[in-house]
Design a protein around this ligand. Structure first.
Ligand code: FE2
Length: 485
């Protein structure tokens, strides 16, 4: 039987982060910190949700706040900082919102004050990754903000050694290819969208003295509007799912809605998988391959691989696009009225262009990951955040380990008062077994209204340690693990 969540517990995470701490040692209240875990866990997410009594319309409009948890020989130190974007600095000084948010936050003063203000506020709140000497705070519609990896001091917008133009879109979902048949690299993309859309696919060196150098790029144009939040890679392919979606910008222009609120389900349209050959692969320079995709909507993919003439991609599929309504209070969202994500596998046959799909797990899930060494090749295991109940939509309260071959699973639950975020899998250096290592996850603890770091054994999700952090972090987005310290 599932333990029901308390909405107040869940909603209590939506608050401003009030403090910025530097190198504060944090201690486990349960268990011990594994001595083998040496590196830094970086997390990003909205940390500023209210100004001058006005709340953001949707948490995704909140300014990015980075948390760094530095692990060294069984001890952890915490540092957290807001990303000092130019808009954050301006709004801090003004003490109120000066920009519209993509997810519906308006400047004070109603539609007239917002109409025809088409400036984008880069809020740097979606992901944080280490690339060479830089720590990058990512937000997909604009360029990355560089931070000092140790102090988290904002250094400013980065062009990645002139690889990016000012303001150029740069995805918040890079994929790190561990180097299955080439050198390790970060593969990522930017989208320029309109009546037709152009994907710029980029590969950067991710290790050694050249880390951060652009190694290759290509541009591919597709018909229609593209909403591309994530993608997946194999050694030969970069795989995109162009969701069937409509974009009607008029309410945005007139100051009535945020740009993302103008997206709607593209009835009568066909979603497409677009396979772009990677420059490091066997099909370099060839045109993309296009497949009709199953109906539904995808934000995130788990992983992709190649086998026997097929590309296999696992994605979190929603039945429909979850439209964001203008008058809805995000704290009161009716979970039953929005579709849940289900982990789904699609097999794309490269020779005859056919596709087959199957649901791997019907349980509401998000934020699914594999062991990072299995990025782009067949993985046996996935770890993901799931709802406590097995069917239907609800807040994410558990971590699930799923065997992708036989469907068996095990679970660690934070219910009824805990709410999980994206799990990260950190492999053990000493034991190369795929599921050997740890799962690191930040959990909103509704009972004490604060954030806990929970460390689980990846193999069986046995709780290894719980660390009660001295700051309260709203439900977050993405993060990464860096072995640099
Ligand atoms: Fe994402």
């Amino acid at each position: 039987m599932t333990k029901d969540f308390d909405r107040e517990d869940w909603a209590s995470a939506y608050r401003n982060v009030e403090e910025e701490l530097t190198d504060v040692e944090v201690f486990p209240t349960k268990g011990i910190i594994p001595k083998e875990l040496n590196g830094t866990l970086y997390r990003n997410g909205p940390g500023r949700l209210e100004r001058n009594g006005q709340w953001v319309h949707h948490p995704f409009d909140g300014d990015g706040m980075i948390t760094a948890l530095c692990f060294k020989a069984g001890k952890i130190k915490l540092t957290n900082r807001f990303v000092r974007t130019s808009a954050w600095e301006e709004e801090e000084q003004a003490g109120k919102f000066l920009y519209r948010g993509v997810f519906g936050t308006q400047k004070p003063g109603g539609a007239l004050k917002n109409a025809f203000d088409l400036r984008l506020k880069n809020i740097a709140n979606t992901n944080v990754i280490r690339l060479g000497d830089e720590l990058l705070a990512l937000w997909e519609a604009a360029g990355p903000y560089a931070l000092d990896p140790t102090t988290l001091k904002t250094l400013g917008l980065s062009t990645l050694n002139d690889a990016l133009k000012t303001g150029e879109a740069f995805s918040a979902h890079p994929r790190f290819d561990p180097g299955h048949h080439e050198s390790p690299r970060m593969v990522t993309f930017g989208v320029k969208t309109g009546p037709s859309s152009t994907i710029r696919l980029m590969e950067f060196a991710s290790e050694g003295p050249d880390a951060g150098q652009l190694l290759s790029e290509r541009h591919d144009q597709f018909n229609g509007f593209a909403f591309l939040h994530d993608f997946a890679i194999t050694p030969n392919w970069a795989i995109f799912l162009q969701n069937a979606i409509n974009f009607n910008p008029l309410p945005f222009l007139l100051g009535q809605k945020g740009a993302a609120q103008c997206l709607s389900s593209g009835e009568g349209k066909q979603s497409k998988f677009c396979l772009i050959p990677r420059d490091s692969g066997a099909f370099a320079g060839e045109p993309p391959k296009i497949f009709d995709a199953p109906e539904g909507f995808v934000f995130h993919h788990l992983n992709a691989s190649e086998k026997d003439g097929e590309v296999i991609i696992e994605s979190i599929y929603y039945n429909d696009f979850p439209t964001i309504k203008p008058k809805e209070n995000f704290r009161k969202v009716d979970f039953n009225s929005i579709p849940e994500g289900k982990l789904t596998r699609c097999n794309l046959n490269l020779s005859d262009g056919t596709i087959s799909s199957s649901i791997l797990s019907p349980q509401c899930c998000e934020f699914a990951v594999v062991n990072p060494f299995y990025q782009g090749i067949a993985a046996k295991y996935a770890w993901m955040a799931v709802a406590e109940k097995e069917i239907g939509n609800a807040p994410l309260q558990s971590i699930k380990k799923l065997n992708l071959i036989d469907g068996t699973s095990c679970l660690w639950s934070a219910a009824p008062r805990g709410f999980v975020s994206e799990p990260l899998m950190v492999p053990s250096k000493h034991n190369q077994k795929e599921d050997n290592g740890w799962i690191l996850v930040l959990v909103w603890n509704g009972k004490r209204q604060g954030t806990d770091l929970v460390i689980l054994q990846a193999s069986d999700l046995k709780e290894q340690s719980v660390v009660e952090l001295p700051i309260a972090i709203p439900h977050g987005l993405h993060g990464s693990w860096s072995t640099e310290q």
